[in-house]
Design a protein around this ligand. Structure first.
Ligand code: HXC
Length: 524
């Protein structure tokens, strides 16, 4: 072959690889409301930045006459590219090739890109759309999965790992996304389950659809498996880009600091938070939306909430303060009065650990009446699950700031980034109430006899009100805690933004190390 013929030959091979499973299957993919592996990569990455690897890899199987069906790339497109100019490693499963099923060769391609990500310290983004283990390959495919799982664990806490579920993800295949840091799903086209509806029907006689069992809504709201839901693939991939913009590339990197903005976009560091006074209700028993308070404080009101539909009594997510990425955790009085329960503890614990792994300072807004009471919670193990959140906060060595907006009661006070578990700066509003328990519960215990006597005398209501007032004046304020140095400063809510940004600057060079050990034993 001449030089030109060789070039032509290469171009033809590339074209073949890019055709995936052929035009019919491609059409079927589009008809199902899904994009192809390459279309997805094009939407995810900066235009023209994708550099593909292993385009000509084929499977090695010759059972079931598989040697007659070798498709270049073997059902997964892998490579590097950039998002906002920063390098990421990507794999994108191609459902048009053997249903995106995972062969030994397919797994090796994914492993190669994961190894590269660890070597260069870049996030890994997996676009999942697969029928699972390639049935024709048997145990070689299972081995391939396990190789991926092992790498997921090695990469955990070293580079951010993001899983985007854009089709089926079933059986043991779910465990790779489950180990990664964030899972995105798309309404109506993506689903995840360990055993599908047919197996469930046989074993437990339950009738359940794919969507109800493992669709986006189920995992966003009930199981908490997924962190983000989008109405379509385009919006989903945009959201992945946005998330990556908040994150550092690896655990040795600082999170990207967005430069000073100018013009209409600028958000001055000392901007007073004028909305907070209107958001905080006069009565301490009235709910308010903590998200609105957070939005009033952070840069340009931009708050990317994680796990929005799950454990809504705790709000977690990413924002920027003075350009710097921060992880925000806030009790949400608008849901379950902001109590901590099992789901909130799991959600908060995992988020805090992610931020700590990747040098993202934590800012906690506290308004918590305590742990949610009830047999459901106790039997479900609120003791061990609540301990996860406590453990995560205590273990975290990133800068930790807290703002007590209103209630900080009981064990939940200790858990929510208290000074005692080594938060760096703890602020409280004058509206804060910091005590062992709320006034109503406390006076029942402290003044049992007095209340019984008042009841007999027919003046229970007045006596209750009087005792509540006495208790409030003593404890339902931030000053007892401030006297002890448990609160560093009682601040005017308007000043929240300026105070937090100053504290972050002060802590910019914070260095803290725990004792040397293999790893702690978080109560799983
Ligand atoms: C080989 C597969 C495949 C698989 C799909 N295909 N799954 N080939 N191994 N696992 C092929 C089909 O033969 C078909 O080929 C093409 O992909 C598209 O599949 P369809 O069935 O036509 O598509 P659809 O109707 O959309 O159904 C998608 C599906 C279904 C729900 C995913 O294909 C399915 O149930 N597949 C099997 C899923 C499964 O049980 N996998 C094993 C799970 S256990 P043609 O040539 O017709 O286009 C597992 C264990 C992992 O994965 C363990 C890790 C430890």
């Amino acid at each position: 072959m001449s030089y030109l013929e060789k070039l032509r030959d290469l171009a033809e091979r590339e074209k073949k690889a890019e055709a995936g499973g052929g035009p019919e299957r491609l059409e079927k993919q589009h008809a199902a409301g899904k994009l192809t592996a390459r279309e997805r990569i094009a939407l995810l990455l900066d235009p023209g930045s994708f550099a593909e690897l292993d385009k000509f890899v084929v499977h090695r199987c010759s059972d079931f006459e598989m040697e007659k069906q070798r498709i270049l790339g073997d059902g997964v497109v892998t490579g590097t590219g950039t998002i906002g100019g920063r390098t990421v490693c990507v794999f994108s499963q191609d459902f048009t090739v053997f249903g995106g099923s995972l062969s030994g060769a397919h797994a090796s391609k994914i492993c190669k890109i994961m190894d590269l990500a660890l070597k260069i310290g870049a996030p890994v983004i997996g676009l999942n759309d697969s029928g699972g283990a390639r049935i024709q390959e048997g145990v070689e495919s299972l081995g391939g999965y396990a190789e991926i799982f092992w790498r997921n664990v090695q990469a955990s806490g070293v580079v951010p790992q993001i899983s985007v579920i854009l089709g089926p993800c079933a059986g043991g295949a779910v465990y790779s996304p489950a180990i990664t840091d964030f899972i995105f799903m798309v309404e109506n086209t993506s689903y995840m389950f360990v055993t599908g509806p047919d197996v469930i029907k046989t074993v437990t006689h339950e009738d359940v659809t794919k969507e109800a069992l493992g669709g986006a809504e189920t995992h966003a709201e009930r199981s908490g498996v997924s962190h983000f839901v989008a109405p379509n693939e385009q919006a989903c991939l945009q959201a992945v880009r946005k998330l990556v913009g908040f994150l550092p590339a690896n655990n040795l990197d600082e999170a990207p600091v967005r430069g000073a903005r100018v013009g209409a976009d600028a958000d001055p560091i000392d901007r007073p938070c004028l909305a907070i006074a209107k958001i905080l209700p006069d009565s301490s028993s009235k709910p308010y939306d903590m998200r609105r308070l957070i939005e009033d404080v952070v840069d340009a009101g931009e708050f990317m909430e994680v796990h929005e539909g799950y454990a809504r009594n705790l709000v977690v997510g990413f924002a920027r303060l003075g350009g710097q990425t921060v992880g925000i955790v806030g009790n949400q009085p608008a849901h379950l009065a902001g109590c901590l329960d099992i789901a909130a503890s799991l959600k908060g614990g995992r988020f805090v650990r992610f931020c700590d792994s990747f040098n993202i300072p934590l800012v906690t807004f506290v308004d918590v009446p305590g742990f949610l009471p009830g047999t459901e919670q106790e039997y479900g193990g609120i003791i061990k699950h609540g301990a996860k959140l406590l453990y995560a906060y205590a273990e975290a060595t990133v800068p930790k700031l807290a703002v007590i907006t209103r209630k900080a009661y009981g064990g939940a006070y200790d858990v929510m980034s208290s000074k005692h578990i080594r938060a760096d700066f703890n602020f409280a509003y004058p509206t804060a109430e910091i005590a062992v328990m709320g006034p109503e519960g406390a006076i029942n215990i402290l003044y049992r006899k007095e209340l019984a006597a008042a009841e007999k005398a027919g003046r229970l209501a007045e006596e209750r009100a009087r005792l509540v007032e006495v208790y409030r004046n003593t404890f339902a304020n931030p000053y007892k805690a401030a006297e002890l140095g448990y609160v560093d400063e009682v601040i005017v809510p308007e000043e929240t933004r300026r105070m937090l940004i100053n504290a972050l600057k002060t802590l910019a060079r914070k260095r803290e190390r725990g004792p040397s050990r293999k790893h702690g034993n978080i109560p799983l």
